[in-house]
Design a protein around this ligand. Structure first.
Ligand code: NAD
Ligand code: 6OD
Length: 469
């Protein structure tokens, strides 16, 4: 199957994107337009799930928990998940096409990160679920016969998965895969901005034989639409959400009445700390990547760069030079993307959503640009004079998702990384991922951890069985 090209950018574009409820594709009712951010054109119309359709999806999911899905063994479920990964790979070009059409991201990024990670998520959680053991404790009893306690992992039930628009497929599958691996039934809602790859995922899950109702897809917006209806639904047991911190707060309120389990991966205002003893070129290239990758629209991107005073001027100059060289454009115009303005192309891209890569210096640490998440190709760079000051500045934020520390001192690397008030710290790299590791944030950046055993724990209810011997 051919990958999209500049001459034929969206070869697989669907005209209409349905919801999936109880194994049936639903096209009736209200719809909204899916817009291409490169040129403002309408890509497809999308069926918007109203409260009634969300309710049908939740009921279908609940029914599926009493059907054949519940009787599959863990190896059988995991075999199905592996088939999902294979089918994503067979339909790779379609997924890439869908992702670049919805987001405007580069072909290179979608085909080397987003879509392969989607398939990898299904394989990783199949492996992890199969390898999971359970606790067992022998105990004494007064009659001397003893008892054996062992735990079993049950699904939590109906799980709502809500994803954002920046890495649509990577983040949707990051939650759907472990939820299914643990035997749950899912009602998923992709971002209204990026519905296409989730629609393909719905097809793939049907194709490989996941029973009806086990995976349901509802499209729509947040407040007063599919999102709110889903998170406030009394029969949803758990919510796995990735998005803005303010949205997390709204979802928490909606979910409170029925006391749902929550896993929240939220916003960030991440720091990169560059010491004078770092490998300059590696720190520079790493920082260009951590600030500008995916147009700065990865939750882990650095928006605050702190550079030790002796190399500050040189580093800022080099960073600005690299930023100016980045190419701005559509998915086929290079993986590189320079500040502060909206570029003018003189063609249809002037109707698209573009901003120049931007490096800002000299603001006070309490400026909005330094305090609030921007979620774009923008960073502020400031000098520091001591390790203590660097740590203090990096931690002076209401967010706590990720940090990058650049130094050649092993001792300092461990010392500083540990002091970062974040869930994920990288030393001399950025966004290097092992799917078994804990992933999540502190403070406004989230609740709980996903990844590896942490996702399995969130999506399962451990139950103790005590057997008198
Ligand atoms: P968003 O919060 O606006 O939307 C995310 C999803 O929530 C969408 O599907 C949206 O329709 C839905 N939603 C909005 N309001 C809702 C409500 N009241 N009830 C239920 N659902 C609702 O986020 P976004 O703009 O799509 O994504 C960007 C944000 O996501 C940034 O803040 C970024 O840092 C964060 N993010 C965090 C991580 C992480 O792992 N921590 C990963 C990616 C993105
Ligand atoms: O790599 C991951 O598993 C992950 N959850 C990345 C999140 C990126 C945020 O935009």
């Amino acid at each position: 199957m051919r990958l999209p090209t500049e001459a034929d950018p969206y070869p697989f574009a669907a005209q209409q994107l349905p919801c999936l409820v109880g194994g049936q594709f639903v096209r009736q009712g209200r719809s909204f337009e899916n817009i291409n951010p490169v040129n403002g054109r309408v890509l497809a119309t999308v069926t918007e799930a109203d409260e009634a359709l969300v309710d049908r999806a939740v009921q279908a999911a609940r029914a599926a928990l009493r059907g054949p899905w519940a009787r599959l063994s863990t190896p059988e479920r995991c075999a199905l998940l592996r088939k999902v990964a294979e089918r994503i790979e067979q339909r790779f070009a379609e997924f890439v096409s869908a992702e670049i059409a919805d987001t405007g991201k580069t072909l290179q990024q979608a085909s080397s990160i987003d879509i392969p990670r989607g398939a990898a998520n299904f394989r990783a959680y199949a492996d992890l679920a199969l390898a999971r053991g359970s606790e067992c404790f022998e105990m004494g009893t007064p009659d001397g016969r003893g008892a054996l306690n062992y735990s079993v992992h049950k699904p939590v039930g109906v799980v709502a998965v809500i994803a954002p628009w920046n890495l649509p497929f990577l983040l949707m599958t990051w939650k759907v895969a472990p939820a299914l691996a643990c035997g749950n039934a899912v009602v998923a809602k992709p971002s209204e901005e990026t519905p296409s790859s989730a629609a393909l995922l719905a097809e793939v899950l049907q194709e490989v034989g996941v029973p009806p109702g086990v995976f349901n897809l509802v499209h729509g917006f947040g407040p007063r639409s599919a999102g709110e209806a889903l998170v406030s639904h009394p029969d949803v047991n758990a919510i796995a959400f990735t998005g803005e911190s303010a949205t997390g707060s709204a979802i928490m309120k909606s979910a409170a009445d029925s006391v749902k389990a929550l896993s929240f991966e939220l916003g960030g205002k991440n720091a990169a700390v560059v010491f004078a003893d770092a490998d300059f070129d590696a720190a520079l290239s790493g920082t260009v990547r951590s600030v500008f990758s995916n147009c700065g629209q990865v939750c882990l991107c650095s928006e605050r760069v702190y550079v030790e005073r002796p190399i500050f001027e040189r580093f800022v100059e080099a960073l600005a030079q690299r930023a100016r060289k980045l190419k701005i454009g559509g998915p086929f115009e290079g993986a590189d993307m320079c500040g502060g303005g909206v570029p003018s192309f003189g063609d249809e891209r002037d109707r698209g959503a573009f901003i120049e890569p931007t490096v800002v210096c000299g603001l006070a640490e309490d400026a909005r640009c330094v305090k609030e998440e921007i979620f774009g190709p923008v960073c502020h760079v400031a000098p520091f004079d001591s390790e203590e000051q660097a740590v203090q500045m990096a931690n002076d934020t209401r967010y706590g998702l990720a940090a990058a520390v650049w130094t050649s001192s092993l001792q300092r690397a461990h010392r500083v990384a540990r002091q970062m008030e974040v869930g994920i710290a990288w030393v001399n790299d950025w966004f290097l991922r092992d799917l078994r590791t804990p992933f999540g944030g502190v403070k406004l950046s989230g609740i709980g951890r996903e990844g590896g055993a942490h996702s399995l724990a969130f999506f399962s209810e451990p139950m103790n069985i005590c057997v008198k011997l």
